[in-house]
Write a protein that binds this ligand. Structure first.
Ligand SMILES: C[S@@+](CC[C@H](N)C(=O)[O-])C[C@H]1O[C@@H](n2cnc3c(N)ncnc32)[C@H](O)[C@@H]1O
Length: 271
């Protein structure tokens, strides 16, 4: 299929996307941007790329929809189980030990780049099941994809998407109907879905655990480092950061310490 974008237009759009979100389109994935733009133009019944550029740079609503359309939202429940084993067997016990010194009993978690919610719901199910009294938790789940956030907020997952959830969790945390599974209210209430662009400071502080998995791969090095620094500032002393298992902070100047547990590798903020 013929390219939609000229070289100059490709540079224009990739700069726009990068400046706004950190998402980097290289020459090799130019065709992805091309096809997503074609789709957007079709939906807007437009044919002129330059005219669409004018629209997207002047209309905040269209800009958000456009950004949403270029994101990759692939996710699943219990994605990379070793991370969750490390969460339950290593991270949570250490967070509880730290909390004992302060008397605080609430664990604050952020699922950054949560897509359609499978990651935060996985964390919530595990903590509902495993967290000992008197401890409780809350989760903020954020993304720049409004479409994805709406799925998470509704908490309804078709049969094809519930693979990986243990049967006892399905029974306990979901209501089954003909086409799929609805998350029950008490699980839903542990999560707040929120629009947040990782290009900016979220304003959160003193978080105990941050998950940002399979998001940094879409950023270039400068945007990755800026994001990691913002995480650092939003986290409590002795808190923990999970990034995707194919992602790494290796070679990046960061104050996080690399941590190799029996279950998985992660990062810790030590002060
Ligand atoms: C591949 S999904 C990862 C979902 C989940 N964390 C996982 O590992 O299964 C990546 C998500 O990052 C989001 N994302 C990309 N850039 C972002 C940004 N600048 N701010 C917030 N979310 C972003 C995308 O919208 C997408 O939903």
């Amino acid at each position: 299929m013929a390219d939609l974008l000229t070289d100059i237009q490709f540079d224009q759009f990739r700069k726009l996307i990068y400046d706004a979100s950190g998402i980097t389109f290289s020459d090799t994935n130019r065709s992805i941007l091309d096809s997503r733009l074609k789709e957007r133009l079709r939906e807007k019944q437009m044919t002129d790329v330059q005219e669409y550029y004018k629209l997207v740079t002047s209309d905040q609503g269209e800009f958000k929809t456009f950004l949403d359309s270029i994101t990759t939202n692939l996710t699943r429940f219990f994605r990379n189980q070793p991370h969750f084993d490390a969460l339950i067997n290593y991270v949570v016990p250490h967070v509880i030990e730290n909390k004992k010194k302060t008397g605080d009993t609430k664990i604050h978690i952020w699922s950054a780049g949560c897509s359609t919610g499978e990651e935060p719901y996985t964390i919530a199910m595990l903590l509902k099941d495993k967290l000992p009294a008197p401890y409780s938790f809350d989760i903020v789940a954020s993304d720049i994809s409004l479409k994805s956030l709406m799925v998470g907020q509704q908490g309804f997952y078709p049969n094809a998407r519930i693979a990986g959830i243990p049967q006892n969790y399905l029974d306990r945390f979901f209501i089954k109907n003909d086409s799929g599974y609805q998350v029950k209210d008490d699980l839903m209430q542990t999560i707040r879905f929120d629009y947040h662009n990782l290009r900016h400071d979220s304003g959160a502080r003193n978080l105990d655990i941050v998950f940002c998995r399979n998001v940094l791969i879409y950023f270039d090095e400068a945007a990755q480092k800026a994001t990691i620094d913002r995480f650092y500032n939003s986290m409590a002393k002795n808190s923990f950061l999970f990034i995707g298992h194919s992602e790494s902070l290796f070679g990046m100047e960061t104050k996080f310490e690399f941590l190799k547990t029996e279950w998985a590798c992660l990062y810790q903020k030590n002060e």
